[in-house]
Structures are given as structure tokens and as C-alpha cells.
Design a protein around this ligand. Sequence first.
Ligand SMILES: [Zn+2]
Length: 235
Amino acid sequence: MTWTQRSHDLLAELGGFLLGASCAGCDLPGVLLCAGCRSSLVPALVDGRTPSGLDVRAALSFEGVAARCIRRLKGDGETLLARPLGDALAAVLVPAIDAARGAGEVLVVPVPTTRSAFRRRGYRVPDLLIRRAGARTAQLLRIVRSREDQRGLGVVERAQNVHGAMRARRSGAGERVVLVDDVVTTGATLDEATRALSAAGYRVISAVALAATPSRRGLTGHSSSTHRRHGGNDP
Ligand SMILES: [Zn+2]
């Protein structure tokens, strides 16, 4: 082992000790995200459709390293992960904005989070990811009715649970919208967001998500093959 390697290892170890850091994907100490896990965040696009027929494209499948990184961001406040995850989101968000662009500008609208989640985290996950993906957010939606936890619910129950939960903050005049969520399961939340925005005069063109759950209860896939391509900054 050369001195350079040794000092590098020592620095990594010290850094890990000082920061208490470990890889979000595999718990390797001393790094936020190791090279191997970083390569697992290269987008592998998942296409699907919500129960109401809105096209959704997700950058990643919500499993393995990607799922662990997203949980670390959402649950443990590891906001530095928003950078690599935002890079992954950019791979689906940027083309969606381009495709939705008509005569005017495209509004990028995050799915709203509850006030209690915002208080707990101090940030809104979809908004943070959009900013890290290099786009501007239009916070057009708010939650007007609390809902039950969606976990464990099927497609129909999720749709019923979320119906009427959102409202637009102001009315629109046909502006085009791309919706963004962090993790999409059945798409019921995206359908409710679309309902609220359409009722206020906006036109939702498509939706993108950072990740889609691979569950069989989930989105209706219309292109079962996921195509892998490079995105973000890393090989
Ligand atoms: Zn790792």
C-alpha cells in the first residue's frame, strides 16, 4: 500500500468518524455514497400510467440502493443525497419539460407534502429534488384535507383516500404543467393533483417521479421493458 493510498484511507476513515457518515446504499463507513452505490442511481426508466390515464415516467425503480437512498433523504434528513438523486430526476424531468412545452412556459409542480412533514423535515422532498434537478418549482398545490397513511392500501382505496385532498393556490388560464412526485406507487396522488389543477384551469401534460415502486399493485405499465441510459453526472 502506498502512502497516498494509506493517507487517503485514513482521511476517509477520519471523515467518516467526524461526520458519522456511512454510505446510504451499503453502509460503507466514511462516505455519503460509495462509487458502487452511486452507479446504482444511474436512471433505469420506468414508464407507467395512473388509474386516470396520466403518463408517468420514473427515473428509478424503488428498490435496493435507490430505495435506501430515498429513505435516507426522506426519513433521516440526509439532504446531501438530494444532489445525486436530483441528477437522476433530471433524466426524466428535463425531457418531460421539453416535451410539454407549447407556446408558453411549462410549470413544474411538486406534489404537496403535509405541513407536519414539512415541520418534521424542514424541507419538502419533491421541491428539493426539483431544484437539485436544475428546474424551478411552482408550488401551486396545497393539502386541504389530511388523509390516512397510503401504505398498505390498494389502488381503489388509495384513490378514495386521497380524493379531494388537494386544492390549487390560485387559478390558471390553461398553463401547461408537469407534475413531480418523489416516489409513485399507484399514481392516485398524481391523479388527485391533476384533478385539483384541472379544476383550477391548468393543463397537466405529464408526470415524472424519482422512483416507482415495483409492486404489482402499482402503476399500470405500458412499456414493460425499462430502458437503461446514462443520466446525471456520473458513469
Ligand atoms: Zn455503497
